[in-house]
Design a protein around this ligand. Structure first.
Ligand code: TNX
Length: 511
């Protein structure tokens, strides 16, 4: 009796207090429908995971149980058959669940007896899992065991689906090179905010970063430089495949960019024949743009392009290859358009579609093309008129390499300074007037790395601004406000700390 009394006294008050209200869990991006349910769910050592019979739902269940074991030290039993038992977590893949409006949408319900996460596709289940993590105590993101944490989830019913299909980030690995481990960490971080595209800017004047077996000097010579004389580097094809596979596991599609016909000094330094005068350029370590061009008149230029696109297409799981096309200031307009017409045909020949900076619209584009708007709304609109889809990367709002304030250390300021409120407070639907909303397929946050030398610097510029962009890409306008977002971001900082993210501690995040 004494023992029983002791258990009651020590456990009961605690148990009722552990179910924090849903408002104390920071959901970012905020789901489109959140309804509070009566009582929450508690994961303990007896909780059973029901993964269903499909390989895909089992894979998501395994991702969850691995993460849970890392943070809690508890190994949960996973079963395949479905059974509406008490104390259970269900991952339900149901392609016929028509009440879920989108392939990436999901339904999540947590009540006293069980948690159900349901989606039509594996991507939807993955998105639901990210929300589920955010409903759990912060320590769920930790890689060390927290035996004292009570794994309680508030009672809630969530119906969610993305506003935009394209929610992207871009990393420039050409100005500075970042090893595979850094790219994987970036993938892991951005995936937790439901970002689903990573555009890799693989080549530029300062470096060529992807192995092309038929043109080995691109990496033998062209990969050795970087801005400021810093160390270069490149991904072997095996390493690149590893990045693509790791991204896929996180439901992120890699979009590779080979920037052309400008931004090509590294290639022009590797192969003299690619220059109109037949003379190799010197490697470049400065920060200027717009001084290089492939030789549009030479046959070998198109052999080069064909080989590069063929090898890159074979490494690419997604439908898109990005051809760059920006700032070709030393290529005549006529040459530029001719070159891009041929380059686009090569991409098509290898079964891919073209993505490019807005500038490429002048060459004539198709309705399968994705145009990336960065600086000139008039030009982007001309792309939209040709039927192209538009991804929005307006520099003053989305360029992660712009400084937070004029006093922050790293970054540039050519498009202004971008504090975290400014990065969040804009509406993707009103950037390009007169373009039908159906043609705006999403937003992307580019991180150019002229001033970015290591992972800490990447994290400092990307976080927390990228988190706000993720919400703009996912959450419908009527469901987001700066005040709500700021409050959630303040609470969310603890997770960034647990994950050792070197984020910018904006004064706006202070109480
Ligand atoms: C413009 S955005 C560029 C890049 C630079 C960046 C620096 C774009 C298509 N071109 O070459 O790295 O500004 O912010």
């Amino acid at each position: 009796i004494i023992i029983l009394l002791y258990i009651c006294i020590s456990c009961t008050p605690e148990k009722t207090a552990i179910f924090v209200p849903i408002t104390e869990r920071s959901l970012i991006p905020y789901p489109n429908e959140v309804v509070t349910a009566e009582q929450g769910f508690l994961i303990d050592a007896n909780t059973t995971i029901y993964a269903g019979t499909s390989f895909d739902s089992q894979a998501i269940a395994l991702q969850f149980s691995d993460r849970f074991t890392k943070a809690s030290g508890i190994t949960l039993v996973t079963k395949k058959e479905s059974q509406l038992a008490k104390n259970s977590i269900h991952f339900v893949l149901d392609p016929t669940a028509n009440e879920i409006s989108d392939d990436e949408g999901y339904f999540l319900k947590s009540t006293k007896d069980r948690v159900i996460i349901r989606a039509k596709t594996m991507s939807g289940l993955f998105m639901g899992l990210q929300t589920f993590y955010q409903l759990l105590p912060d320590e769920i993101v930790s890689d060390t065991i927290h035996p004292k944490v009570v794994w309680a989830i508030p009672g809630v019913i969530i119906n969610d689906a993305p506003q935009y299909a394209y929610r992207g980030a871009m990393l420039d690995v050409a100005r500075h090179f970042f090893p595979v481990e850094d790219v994987k960490r970036y993938i892991e971080l951005i995936a937790s905010y439901k970002i689903n595209k990573l555009h890799l800017h693989l080549t530029d004047d300062q470096g060529w970063r992807i192995e092309i077996k038929s043109w080995p000097k691109l990496t033998e010579i062209g990969s050795t430089s970087a801005v400021g004389g810093d160390q270069g580097g490149f991904y072997t094809q095996a390493q690149y495949r590893d990045i693509v596979a790791y991204a896929k596991l996180h439901h992120i599609t890699i979009i590779p960019e080979i920037d052309m016909p400008g931004h090509t000094n590294a290639a022009l330094a590797s192969y003299p024949a690619l220059n109109c005068d037949g003379e190799a350029r010197s490697l470049y370590t400065g920060m200027k743009v717009g001084f290089s061009t492939l030789c549009v008149d030479k046959e070998i230029t198109y052999q080069f392009l064909d080989d590069v696109i063929r090898e890159l297409s074979a490494l690419t799981l997604g439908d898109y290859i990005h051809l760059g096309g920006d700032e070709s200031h030393v290529t005549s307009k006529e040459d530029y358009n001719l070159f891009l017409t041929k380059a686009q045909a090569i991409v098509k020949k290898y079964g891919k579609n073209v993505m490019g900076w807005e500038d490429i619209q002048s060459a004539g584009i198709s309705d399968e093309t994705i145009i990336q708007h960065w600086t000139n709304p008039e030009i982007a609109r001309l792309g939209a008129k040709q039927g192209a889809s538009i991804v929005l990367s307006p520099a003053p709002k989305t360029y992660l390499d712009m400084k937070y304030t004029k006093d922050t250390k790293i970054g540039l300021t050519w498009a202004g300074v971008t504090p975290i409120d400014s990065a969040y407070m804009w509406n993707p639907q009103s950037i390009l007037k007169d373009v039908p909303t159906s043609q705006i397929i999403g937003i992307e946050s580019p991180l150019w790395t002229e001033t970015v030398v290591d992972m800490n610097a990447i994290e400092y510029l990307a976080f927390p601004r990228l988190i706000g962009h993720a919400e703009l890409g996912w959450t419908q306008e009527e469901n987001r406000t700066w005040d709500s977002y700021l409050q959630r971001l303040k609470n969310h900082q603890n997770r960034l700390k647990i994950k050792n993210v070197h984020y910018y501690p904006s004064p706006l995040l202070e109480e």
